[in-house]
Design a protein around this ligand. Sequence first.
Ligand code: C2O
Ligand code: CU
Ligand code: CU
Length: 496
Amino acid sequence: MQRRNFLKSSTLATAGVAIFGSKSLYSDDIFEQKREFVVPPLYEGKKIDGKRVFDLNLQKGEMEFFQGLKTQTIGINAPFLGPTLRASQNDTIKVNIKNSLGYDSTIHWHGFELPAKMDGGPHQIIRDSSIWSPEFAIKNRASMLWYHSHLLHQTGAQVYKGLAGLFIIDDIESQNLNLPHEYGIDDIPVVLQDRNYNNDGSFRYVSSQQESMMGIHGNYVLVNGVIAPTLRAKKKLTRFRILNGSNARYYLLGFSDNRKFQFIGSDGGLLEQPVALSQIKLAPAQRIDIVVDVSDGKDVVLKSYRGANSQNMGMMGMMMRNMGFDREFDLMKIKSKDAKNSTATVPQNLIKHPVWDPKDSVGVRNIVLQMRMGMGMMNRGNGDDNFFINGKSMDMNRIDAIAKKDTFEIWKIINKSPMSHPLHIHNTQFKTLAINGRKPNPSESGFMDTVSVDPMGIVYIMVPFRYYSDNKVPYMFHCHILEHEDGGMMGQLLVT
Ligand code: C2O
Ligand code: CU
Ligand code: CU
């Protein structure tokens, strides 16, 4: 197996610790490398004629993830990943995106409610050497959204190489809450992405049938582009906004000493009330907003526990264990002996959510997720697709769903496959109504743009379509395991 050969290679074995190849992560002590935690640069744009204007350049780069080894990457205004953009609700933003990659790309605004033409999906290609300047008014509430490449059949590869970044939205309600909110001080963004490497340090993307079926799962997890970094907490109350920016991997996040944290926000913004948790699952593309008390001054490790994926049966379960789905591993260390007192707090009540009555929806839309299993399947990206929604693979020339602006729909998402799929819908922040026949618990009741559906499971969500309509240009809805999206598990939604 390729993975085993890779682990035996002497170059990388000394350069770092392969997370899923080592028997015991703790005795290997991945943190011995003493890499510093990196905060992505904050970019608030500049106000020009009442608009908040950003200039982005999609560029090639080079990183040294392992000392002495170069990795060819791509990024936005940087060699790998992009700056954290920041704006307020009701700002009109304009983003000048120049493509200097040498090939086509797109930049999609994940989680935004925005005009279809500005969405940055497969229809808004930014040709090499050209500039695309989307412009729209921000409708979303305070939240952490993100942006990433969304080129048809190439999303997985381009995001893997580095084409992604964060976007923080502020609003007045959230600013009045006295939550930790100093970027990089007590409000820390965390992007989790797993990667595989070849012996020469280059990224290794999908190279087996198994990887194209299950989605790529890397042996190393980058935290803001750094393997197993250490953060020196500055405040005793520290907020982490965590994005699962991985192509396919799920995480079951928690701390090494099992300490509880306050879960305060999901994909689309703050919850009504904080929920105290010791573990939380994060599917690809999802975000969580948590506040952790580090006043005991002890070192603690943010890690991923066993069981991040739901129970999987038979051959699929065996493959998942082989690929290291079921391992426990460390992500980053937090040192807090120098943390200062904090004046921020986590209030009992955060924000009010509108009450959505399922009776106010216009109807139920069935979304059936399926995949073709077995030999000979490779994701060639040439229409030979193996992943389906309602029996069909993605087709740019076909509209799969038409919704009306200013309505709610109930989507019944039915997973008829033996692995979990995180379904994402553009241009909306929805709410979960039921999961496999039960009511969502408080930690599952936030605004979401991506919901995970268990193997053979069923999830009902209530989906609002607001603000914008377009009779021609569609939005996408798709599995956010990027190899599944690229392999056809995507459909087109028109909001008229
Ligand atoms: Cu995060 Cu359609 O994408
Ligand atoms: Cu999206
Ligand atoms: Cu999927």
